[in-house]
Design a protein around this ligand. Structure first.
Ligand code: C2O
Length: 546
């Protein structure tokens, strides 16, 4: 029995304001957001699914969780509380580095605000986990209430679980939500589509389900004699948007702003409209663009955000399906099928309307990358590393596991050039905490095998003569991806140069908090590939301190 597409309405997740109004001035606010086990209907004809959901109460908890709306410069405090039971709803594998409570009961969780710029103690470090009632805590746990100062530029963020080794199953279980920072003085004059009806987060992910409605996850490890259940990549056949499989939405013949977040484990989406409607990109995952960029399709790696305006008045048809044609794994896996090639359907009302929203020619001008300001050049290499005791292959950054001490120590307020060298076979969406970066260029490595062989012995890009190898063809960085981002797709066999900026982008000020704080920050892949380091969903990682 196949599930029918486009039968459920696209839900809007509950909104929680991250500030309160006192007379007419906004003031800081403290929130409690819990994590609850409950059942969730992903489709009209699918039995309710056991999930983990964020919410102010069990009853109000949703998948994805509530959208938190913060105001630039106004503090939001969140006490993230774990109300989860003692046993997980999904299989996990203790043979990979994993948060495991001493009593072996309870589900470790910790929340990371993806795209946020905060003191390390509020960053949701993988080892800052805690179980229900804060009964057990990870080695880097330091506080119950996270402080988000929202001092950064306005934009689209999301929050999600980040616990060591469990992140992939905690997200698969539903621990995901959107977070928007608004700055009315700066954004208001743009007159972009705004307000509940016209500005909506779309959180997109893939899942598979059993007949009884429970989430299906392949729990036989790729290499079961060593890691019985470790399946680093997850692909599901149903595409879920805001908690419903292939939902539908009726829209007016007007412009809408859609903040599309790819919250999948490993699936890339290459999105397009079946009737040729265009995406007008107004921001990337960290900042507004200088000017809008129009595209027919948009490629989103896991954790990337497309912040676009879609003008439905331009539609020549009354229906438009948002579709996907990205092979999985990307780029050289299977082609999409009739299930995962469809995302959602828009039905466009017939009546013409006067549209009060616009897309201005100029959006927001942030400083452009200034190469001459870079104080450091670093080489960040991802390659396979072989040990005789474990898996044939480990994939680390610069050969270091997560347990190793932080290796890089950029200074708050500076900019650096990072050469990210991908010597693996796979495209890795590398995400940085705390900072923003722009992609300068992507250059193919010539004689990559030779370089790789050298790296696995010396682990030193300069001694292995990176400049001799970084001489191949160049890849174009898409216009809408030239802004400031916090995640980018690292093409295999290429070195990607990024300019990383360790300061706020909108005010030229440096972070105001203690830059030496522990436990530092991470740079990691938001996916994983075969036996990779099992952090995020797996993936490479290294720690840095500023
Ligand atoms: Cu969205 Cu460290 O992750």
């Amino acid at each position: 029995s196949k599930l029918e597409m486009f039968v459920d309405e696209l839900p809007d997740m509950p909104k929680i304001q991250g500030f309160r109004m006192l007379n007419t001035s906004p003031k800081p606010k403290s929130l409690m957001i819990g994590m609850f086990k409950k059942k969730w209907k992903f489709h009209r004809d699918l039995p309710p699914t056991p999930v983990f959901a964020y919410g102010s109460s069990r009853r109000g908890a949703t998948v994805p969780g509530p959208t938190i709306e913060a105001l630039q410069g106004i503090d939001t405090y969140v006490t993230w509380k774990n109300f989860l039971p003692s046993k997980h709803i999904l299989p996990w594998d203790p043979t990979i580095p994993t948060a495991i409570p001493a009593t072996k009961t309870g589900i470790p969780t910790v929340v990371h605000l993806h795209g946020g710029m905060h003191e390390p103690a509020n960053d949701g470090n993988a080892n800052s986990w805690f179980t229900a009632g804060f009964k057990e805590k990870g080695p880097d746990w330091s506080k119950r209430t996270y402080h988000y100062n929202n001092n950064q530029q306005p934009g689209s963020l999301w929050y999600h679980d980040h616990a060591m080794g469990l992140t992939r199953i905690n997200l698969l279980a539903g621990l995901i939500g959107a977070y928007v920072i608004r700055h009315p003085e700066v954004e208001g004059p743009l007159e972009l589509p705004h307000g509940e009806e016209f500005d909506r987060p779309l959180i997109v992910f893939d899942r598979s389900f059993r007949k009884d409605g429970s989430i299906y996850m392949n729990s036989t490890g790729n290499n079961p004699s060593i890691h019985p259940q470790w399946q680093p990549e997850y692909f599901g056949d149903l595409i879920i948007v805001n908690g419903k499989a292939w939902p539908k939405m009726t829209v007016r013949r007007r412009k809408y702003r859609l903040r599309i977040i790819n919250a999948s484990n490993a699936r890339f989406f290459r999105l397009f409209f079946t009737n040729g409607l265009e995406f007008i990109h107004v921001a990337s995952d960290s900042t507004y663009l200088v000017e809008p960029v129009v595209t027919n399709e948009t490629l989103l790696a896991p954790s990337e955000i497309a912040d676009v305006v879609v003008d439905f008045s331009k539609s020549k048809t009354d229906e438009a399906v948002l579709a996907n044609d990205a092979p999985y794994p990307y780029p050289s896996g299977d082609p999409v099928n009739e299930l995962n090639g469809r995302v959602m359907k828009f039905t466009i009302k017939k009546e013409r309307e006067v549209d009060t929203w616009r897309v201005p020619d100029k959006l927001i001008q942030y400083p452009s990358p200034d190469l001459s300001s870079a104080t450091q050049t670093r080489y960040i290499a991802m390659y396979e590393y072989t040990s005789d005791t474990d898996e044939p292959t480990h994939l680390y950054i610069n050969g270091k596991p997560y347990e190793a001490p932080a290796t890089e120590t950029p200074k708050a307020g500076t900019s650096e050039i990072w050469n990210v060298i991908n010597l693996t076979e796979d495209n890795h969406p590398m995400h940085i905490h705390l900072a923003v970066f722009t992609v300068l260029d992507q250059t193919e490595l010539v004689k990559a095998e030779e370089f790789k062989a050298c790296m696995s012995k010396m682990n030193d890009a300069i001694k292995c003569q990176i400049s001799k190898h970084a001489r191949g063809k160049k890849l174009r960085v898409a216009a809408h991806e030239k802004g400031w981002k916090n995640v980018y797709k690292m093409t295999p066999g290429y070195v990607t140069r990024i300019l990383v900026r360790f300061s706020y982008i909108h005010s030229n000020t440096s972070y105001s908090f203690d830059p030496t704080g522990m436990p530092g920050y991470v740079y990691h892949c938001h996916v994983s590939n075969y036996i990779a380091f099992p952090f995020m969903f797996g993936g490479y990682i290294f720690k840095y301190k500023t």
